[in-house]
Design a protein. Structure first.
Length: 375
């Protein structure tokens, strides 16, 4: 199976590793026993050694299994509408958490250290009998990755821009995340209660960043809000819900769940707690679940707002805190429910295996735009 390491090749081909290393050296490749050799090199070595290379499918059985789950199309008849997922993005301190607090009628801001959001938060609320899921992301520049994650699980991005500050670096970054995720953007022009704010300047900033406000003839809804007075909040929610209605988000609750891990950590006395959002299907207590290099059986599910509220199941667009994973899954990893715990273990282990191999060989380093910006 390819790609393989020098050691694996020599074992499979029954030739000493030193011979493989020598051929590699002749090709100008300095490798170690655990280095991954790519397909071309493997073929070349096989030819040099005169061994017959029987190529197995490069896609592993595990990946095939997951792909078959992921790609399984839902019957039109099984699709029902699901709550929209709405993510608040924007520059630090522009009022994302305050606006959400007002909307869902809780107080998160005053419990935050230094008033800065450092986690990705997700809540489902019911408004006039309809459920809506919200994701709150941090605006501090250090949390680029969390903004990207928020943008990736969302249906609609609410871009929060403080009227006194206008468009700032993380506002621009949030715009690119939302655009990359191809989700509609609604702007909350916030802190309009502050005396002497120049709304036109902020609108100008939006326009130069490709978001032309509808009152200026563009197609971006800009709602003027204040999290302090509550002004514009109803309008903001209405605007977002109108956009949501245009799209008719649907999912199939009658299949095994799949979704994304937003964040996860080890908690004293509880084990691994993973905040996940179900994107399709229904997740149930007892389900076998695999997420990146982690797997397990869902032990319990808790409300993301009320820590003592437990659930037996969570349907599409629902964020929940899940216990039962063996290790903390990577944030942003997709999760899948499988029938067989042995499959889940194999997948998780083979992933951590190849992860380890890559690390050992010092090979493939995935440098993404995000990690570049993070530095
Ligand atoms: P991060 O999560 O750290 O990115 O910040 P945030 O965007 O969530 O901002 P947060 O809601 O924590 O608000 C930052 C500060 O601005 C707090 O002191 C709020 O009280 C204040 N604030 C938020 N919204 C308004 C508003 O509409 N008007 C005024 N005057 N102050 C506001
Ligand atoms: Mg915040």
């Amino acid at each position: 199976q390819l790609p393989c390491t020098v050691r694996e090749f020599s074992e499979a081909a029954g030739v000493p590793a030193s011979q493989v290393l020598r051929i590699l050296m002749e090709e100008g490749v300095m490798a170690t026993m655990n280095a991954l050799i790519d397909d071309d090199l493997t073929e070349l070595i096989a030819a040099e050694l005169g061994v017959n290379l029987e190529l197995k499918e490069a896609v592993s059985v595990e990946d095939e299994l997951l792909a078959s789950i992921r790609d399984r199309q839902d019957d039109e008849a099984d699709l029902v509408s699901r709550p929209p997922v709405i993510t608040f993005l924007g520059h630090v301190d522009h009022g994302k958490t305050s606006l959400l607090d007002r909307i869902i009628d809780i107080d998160v801001v005053s419990g935050e250290s230094g008033g800065i959001t450092q986690h990705i938060r997700a809540y489902t609320i019911e408004k006039d009998g309809r459920r809506i899921s919200f994701v709150d992301t941090p605006g501090h520049e250090a949390f680029t990755e969390m903004r990207a994650r928020g943008a990736n699980v969302t249906d609609i991005a609410v871009l929060v821009v403080a009227a006194d500050d206008g468009v700032m670096p993380q506002t621009e970054e949030a715009i690119s995340h939302a655009q990359a995720a191809e989700v509609p953007i609604v702007v909350a022009l916030n802190k309009t209660d502050l005396p002497g704010v120049d709304l036109n300047r902020a609108m100008q900033g939006l326009s130069t960043n490709g978001l032309l406000p509808s009152e200026w003839g563009g197609d971006v809804e800009v709602v003027k809000t204040s999290a302090i007075t509550g002004d514009g909040l109803d309008e903001l929610l209405d605007t977002v819900l109108t956009v949501a209605e245009l799209h008719e988000y649907k999912a199939n609750p009658n299949r095994q769940a799949m979704g994304t891990c937003l964040e996860a950590q080890q908690e004293p006395g509880r084990g691994v707690v993973a905040k996940i959002i179900v994107q399709n299907g229904t997740l149930r207590v007892g389900d076998v679940i695999v997420c990146g290099q982690s797997y397990g059986r869902v032990k319990a599910m808790y409300d993301t707002l009320l820590p003592n509220q437990r659930y037996e199941e969570a349907g599409p667009s629902t964020p929940v805190n899940v216990t039962g994973f063996d290790t903390a899954p990577g944030a942003g990893e997709h999760f899948y429910v499988l029938d067989d715990i042995a499959d889940a273990r194999t997948i998780a282990e083979s992933r951590s295996d190849s992860h380890r191999k890559t690390a050992l060989s010092g090979g493939v380093q995935h440098v993404t735009l995000e990690t570049l910006f993070d530095r």
